[in-house]
Design a protein around this ligand. Structure first.
Ligand SMILES: [Zn+2]
Length: 164
C-alpha cells in the first residue's frame, strides 16, 4: 500500500521528500552527511564551492559522484580520500582516522595472528583515535566497516585451514 496516496499520514511522506534525495547522476538515494564532514573530505581547491548546507553521499559503488546537494556535485576525484564504498576505492580504507586499509586488517588476521577484532585493531592501529565524524566520508564511525573486514579475513583464514 502506498501511504502517500492514503490519508493515513502526512509526516512520513513529508519527511521522505525532505530527507531523501537522489543522486543527480545515478538517481539512487544517498545518505545525509553533515557539512563539516564534507568540508573535511573535499579537496582544498573546491572548498569555496561547498557552502554551508549538509550534503548527500552517493552510496552506489558504480557511480562517480561523491557528494551532492542541489546544483552542487563533487565527484570522487574532487575528494581528498577514496570513498571506501566505491568499487575502485584505492586504497580501501576501513578506518580513516588510523589510515588503516582492508588489506591491513587481512594482514593482521592472516599473517600476524590476530584472533579477535580487538587484536586486529591493536596491530593495525584501527579505531584508536576515532574522529570518524570528520575523517570518514560517510561521517559515521568506522566500527562496522572494520568489523566487516575482520569477519571477511576470518572467513578466508578458516577456509584456508579447511583446505590445508
Ligand atoms: Zn550516484
Amino acid at each position: 500500500m502506498d501511504c502517500c496516496t492514503q490519508s493515513c499520514c502526512s509526516s512520513c511522506c513529508e519527511s521522505s521528500y525532505v530527507e531523501i534525495s537522489a543522486c543527480p547522476v545515478c538517481k539512487q538515494e544517498g545518505i545525509l552527511v553533515k557539512n563539516f564532514t564534507v568540508r573535511h573530505i573535499v579537496s582544498e581547491e573546491y572548498l569555496p564551492q561547498v557552502g554551508t548546507k549538509d550534503y548527500f553521499l552517493c552510496t552506489n559503488p558504480e557511480c562517480d559522484v561523491g557528494y551532492y546537494q542541489g546544483e552542487n556535485v563533487f565527484y570522487k576525484q574532487q575528494l581528498k580520500v577514496p570513498i571506501w564504498l566505491k568499487k575502485d576505492a584505492n586504497p580501501k580504507y576501513v578506518c580513516y582516522c588510523g589510515k588503516v586499509t582492508e588489506e591491513d586488517i587481512m594482514d593482521a588476521v592472516l599473517k600476524k595472528g590476530a584472533k579477535t577484532l580487538g587484536e586486529a585493531c591493536k596491530i593495525t592501529g584501527a579505531m584508536k583515535d576515532c574522529k570518524c565524524e570528520i575523517n570518514n566520508p560517510t561521517g559515521k564511525c568506522c566500527t562496522d566497516i572494520v568489523k566487516e573486514a575482520f569477519e571477511k579475513a576470518i572467513k578466508i583464514k578458516e577456509g584456508k585451514m579447511w583446505t590445508a
